[in-house]
Design a protein around this ligand. Structure first.
Ligand code: FES
Ligand code: FES
Length: 160
C-alpha cells in the first residue's frame, strides 16, 4: 500500500482496515500525532487528508491511499532558501506559550490550520466553534483561542 505523507512516498505493509493513526505512529514512527481516546472524540490524533482535518484513530488506512496526508511533522514549510519556517499556527502557539503538557497540541494545531485555511479572519465565536471538539485535559482553552486568533494575524501579515 502506498501512502504520501508530508510530500514523501511510503510503501507500507498494512491491512486496509488498519487505522491510519497506528500506521503513522507505529509503522512509520511519525509520533507527533497523538493517541488520546481512540474513538474519534478528543481530536488529539487529527491530521489532514487533502487539507481537511480528520481523526486518524477512526480513519482506515485504505481511505488515505492516493490522498495527500499531512501530519504535524509536515505542517512547517520550507522558505525559498530551504530553511524550515513554522506554520503561522505553530508560530502563534509558541508565541502565546499555549501548551501545558502538550499532549493535545498537535491535534489542536492541525485542526486550527485546516480551519484557518477555510476561514482566514475568524471571529472568537467562530474559533470557539471550530476548536470546540478538540479536548485539552490541561484546560488551555482560553490560550488556544488567543493562539488561533494570533495565527490568523500572522498569516495576514505574511500575506501582506
Ligand atoms: S485519539 Fe482520535 S479522536 Fe481521540
Ligand atoms: S496541553 Fe495538556 S492536554 Fe492540552
Amino acid at each position: 500500500m502506498q501512502l504520501t505523507i508530508n510530500n514523501q512516498d511510503y510503501e507500507v505493509a498494512a491491512d486496509p482496515d488498519d487505522m491510519l493513526l497506528w500506521v503513522i505512529r507505529d509503522t512509520l514512527g511519525l509520533t507527533g500525532t497523538k493517541y488520546g481516546c481512540g474513538a474519534g472524540i478528543c481530536g488529539s490524533c487529527t491530521i489532514h487528508l487533502d487539507g481537511e482535518a480528520v481523526r486518524s484513530c477512526i480513519t482506515k488506512v485504505s481511505a488515505a491511499e492516493g490522498v495527500a496526508i499531512t501530519t504535524i511533522e509536515g505542517l512547517a514549510m520550507l522558505s525559498d532558501d530551504g530553511e524550515e519556517v513554522l506554520h503561522p499556527v505553530q508560530q502563534a502557539f509558541v508565541e502565546t506559550q499555549t501548551p501545558q503538557c502538550s499532549w493535545c497540541m498537535s491535534g489542536q494545531m492541525m485542526t486550527a490550520a485546516a480551519f484557518l485555511a477555510s476561514n482566514p479572519q475568524p471571529t472568537d465565536e467562530e474559533i470557539d466553534a471550530a476548536m470546540n471538539n478538540n479536548y485539552c485535559r490541561c484546560g488551555c482553552y482560553a490560550r488556544i483561542r488567543t493562539a488561533v486568533a494570533r495565527a490568523a494575524e500572522i498569516a495576514q501579515e505574511g500575506a501582506a
